[in-house]
Design a protein around this ligand. Structure first.
Ligand code: AMP
Length: 175
């Protein structure tokens, strides 16, 4: 994607101060999603990054599902959800991660994909990196080889990449 397209995508992500709580500058992607051309350009961009063999797209509840499922369809590969604890009905693997206050648990189905698969992980925002780190731990429990970790947005000041060292991280826009 060229710089002009990137800038145009960046401009269609709205900033909402103090949401969902005071002090958070929330990046609202709904204006981007409602623009069909821009939404498609983002998915095509992720597709271009996926040059090597990919067996599954794994994404993180809930906004990660929007881009992850579209990418899986484009690539013609399976989609596997990572969900907050208690949502998946079958046997799961779990990983905990830090929140601003306390911690939370994410899960993937233990038979969610074939062991040893090549996967990409997709989410909307890389902030502190805790969520993505937990997703990495989960897919490793299924012996996955991580071919890429794609984000629409990276909030660079929060240094999330430091939690994803030595992994192939890509972000479409950075703030
Ligand atoms: P983190 O674990 O800190 O990297 O947070 C990443 C997750 O929290 C992503 O799944 C995002 O959906 C969400 N998130 C964190 N910060 C923001 C933000 N400023 N705006 C929108 N979503 C955010």
């Amino acid at each position: 994607m060229n710089k002009k397209e990137q800038t145009s995508i960046s401009k269609s992500i709205r900033e909402i101060p103090d949401f969902p709580k005071k002090g958070i500058l929330f990046r609202d992607i709904t204006p981007l999603l409602s623009d069909g051309k821009k939404f498609r350009a983002c998915v095509k961009h992720f597709k271009k990054l996926s040059k090597s063999r990919i067996d599954y797209v794994i994404s993180i509840e809930s906004r990660g599902f929007i881009f992850g499922s579209a990418l899986a369809c484009e690539l013609g590969v399976g989609f596997v959800p990572i969900r907050k604890a208690g949502k998946l009905p079958h046997k799961t693997f779990q990983a905990s991660y830090e929140l601003e206050y306390g911690s939370a648990v994410m899960e993937v189905h233990a038979d969610g994909f074939t062991r040893g698969s090549r996967v990409v992980i997709v989410d909307d925002v890389l902030a502190t990196g805790g969520t993505a780190r937990a997703a990495v731990e989960l897919v490793r429990k299924l012996d996955a080889k991580i071919a890429g970790i794609y984000f629409l947005i990276e909030l660079t000041a929060l240094k999330g990449r430091e939690k994803l060292k030595d992994l192939p991280v890509h972000a479409l826009v950075s703030y």
